[in-house]
Design a protein around this ligand. Structure first.
Ligand SMILES: N[C@@H](CCC(=O)N[C@@H](CS)C(=O)NCC(=O)O)C(=O)O
Length: 233
């Protein structure tokens, strides 16, 4: 186990994540924050939660973090990333830059294709307590069975190809300078892309393979791959 992942005697943060049948993180936004915590070597522990109905008007999402010393609670991955950077400035991550923002924008748009592959397969990894709620909530929003998305899967990937290539090229731009999109120092785009790919891999290996086939996506995934060893605690 890399020294960075040795369980800390005193965790400073609690990371709230979604429970799965494998006991491993599978949410893209939680992976994004988990990879940041792992990169920064911040001592934390994980609490896995089920999802289910909440009283009217209440909305809680993961990732949520709790800072034990100050009693700070934070929800929303962008706010969490900002707070982590301000509170733990060592091993800095560039949260915004023209290149990082461009990659996130392109990868987010192109990555919508992944939803056609992943959403119908997600119930299989959700904890049994969350599964029925997830399926009825998403099918309510879609207005059709989740499985119907698979009929549009190939067309969605074909439509995403141009955007995936563009994002991939941007992620290759500094490949001589270091393992990350911007070279030596990681940026938000690295964590966004690697988190989405770690999530895809946890849900459906074939979807991760489609993404990994683009050179820039593979480069960024491999750059952060050592940090993915800690996905369950
Ligand atoms: N914009 C939010 C999105 C968070 C989000 O939607 N998380 C999902 C899991 S991937 C969730 O907690 N869903 C629970 C629900 O909708 O009840 C972020 O970046 O943190």
């Amino acid at each position: 186990m890399p020294a960075a992942f040795e369980p800390a005697a005193e965790p400073e943060l609690v990371l709230y994540d979604l429970a799965s049948v494998h006991g491993v993180c599978f949410s893209p936004v939680v992976w994004k924050i988990r990879l940041m915590l792992n990169y920064k070597r911040i001592p934390y522990r994980t609490e896995f939660l089920d999802i289910g109905p909440l009283p009217d008007g209440e909305k809680y999402t993961v990732p949520t973090i709790q800072h034990l010393a100050s009693g700070t609670w934070l929800m929303d991955s962008r706010a969490i990333a900002r707070w982590l950077e301000d509170t733990y400035p060592a091993r800095p991550i560039t949260l915004t830059s023209p290149l990082s923002d461009a990659v996130v924008g392109l990868a987010r748009a192109a990555g919508m294709a992944a939803q056609y592959s992943l959403a119908p397969r997600e119930p299989a990894v959700l904890s049994p307590r969350s599964r029925a709620y997830f399926v009825s909530m998403v099918e309510g929003l879609l207005g059709h069975p989740l499985g119907d998305l698979l009929q549009k899967e190939e067309a969605a990937w074909a439509a995403a190809d141009e955007g995936m290539k563009e994002a991939s090229e941007l992620m290759m731009r500094n490949c001589q300078a270091g393992p990350y999109t911007e070279g030596e120092r990681p940026c938000a785009a690295d964590f966004f892309v690697a988190g989405a790919m770690a999530s895809a891999r946890a849900i459906h290996e074939g979807t991760w393979e489609r993404e990994y086939a683009y050179e820039g996506f593979a480069r960024v995934y491999d750059g952060l791959r050592p940090l993915m060893e800690r996905g369950s605690w």
